[in-house]
Design a protein around this ligand. Sequence first.
Ligand SMILES: Nc1ncnc2c1ncn2[C@@H]1O[C@H](COP(=O)(O)OP(=O)(O)OP(=O)(O)O)[C@@H](O)[C@H]1O
Ligand SMILES: C[C@H](N)[C@@H](CCCCCC(=O)O)NC(=O)O
Ligand SMILES: [Mg+2]
Length: 235
Amino acid sequence: MKRDVPDIFVIGTDTGVGKTVLSLLLMRYFYDEGFSPFYFKPLQTGCRDPYDTDSDAKFIYDNIEELKGRDPAGSVGFCYRNPKAPYFAARDEGRQVDWKTLPGTLQEKRSRFSPLVVEAAGGIFVPVDGESLVIDTIPSMGAQPLIAARAGLGTINHTLLTIAALERRNIEPLGVVFLDSAEPATPLDMIEENREAIRRFSRVEVAGLVGRISDFRHPPPECFDGLKKLFARSV
Ligand SMILES: Nc1ncnc2c1ncn2[C@@H]1O[C@H](COP(=O)(O)OP(=O)(O)OP(=O)(O)O)[C@@H](O)[C@H]1O
Ligand SMILES: C[C@H](N)[C@@H](CCCCCC(=O)O)NC(=O)O
Ligand SMILES: [Mg+2]
């Protein structure tokens, strides 16, 4: 089994920025490059179960040919019904997220798959339990963070804040990928300025831009340009 890429923790500047879409592209990219990738969502909220229409794992399994008919439940750690931060969604059900079991689950997957594509819930300052935020879980996951960010107005602030928080804890991200689901599309000159600001005020590069995708089963080839830049040396 090909194993020469790091496991990836897809984190975001916010909820709804495109982490699941970026995870889908990573899965497609690594399958096409001959790897055996595995998608995992440790903490899913806003779903009755892993088969719900809002389940991120279901979206991945529905849109990756190789996963068609397979059970998305294996790709979900904890699942809570209310669309909230995991801490509050679990509390609504009288439970507490026992996230320290997750590194063991990932370790078990590592024997059969590479790379792991792990998707965070929301942004990195989202509470997981009463003591921990998503950012606190990063070191124990053994996966390198890749930042999904919106492409348009507001992203400079959110992306630089995310990078600054990681830097304070000596966590080095692989890079940033912009996703633009806006209609009409964000003007390219603004995207270039956003890219410039992030390069100038941090040491992190925006590796690529993913434009609006209309068919998630067949994303256009240019969606993978950023991933090629990040991983081509490894594949
Ligand atoms: N490039 C894109 N093209 C088309 N739609 C997109 C694109 N990026 C994101 N979207 C859409 O935007 C919405 C939010 O994206 P997504 O679900 O990937 O966000 P997320 O960061 O995973 O959110 P969460 O924190 O809930 O996991 C979804 O409906 C998704 O299909
Ligand atoms: C409900 C969302 N979709 C998401 C949780 C987002 C929490 C955001 C909390 C906040 O930043 O205020 N859940 C998830 O990714 O499983
Ligand atoms: Mg998601």
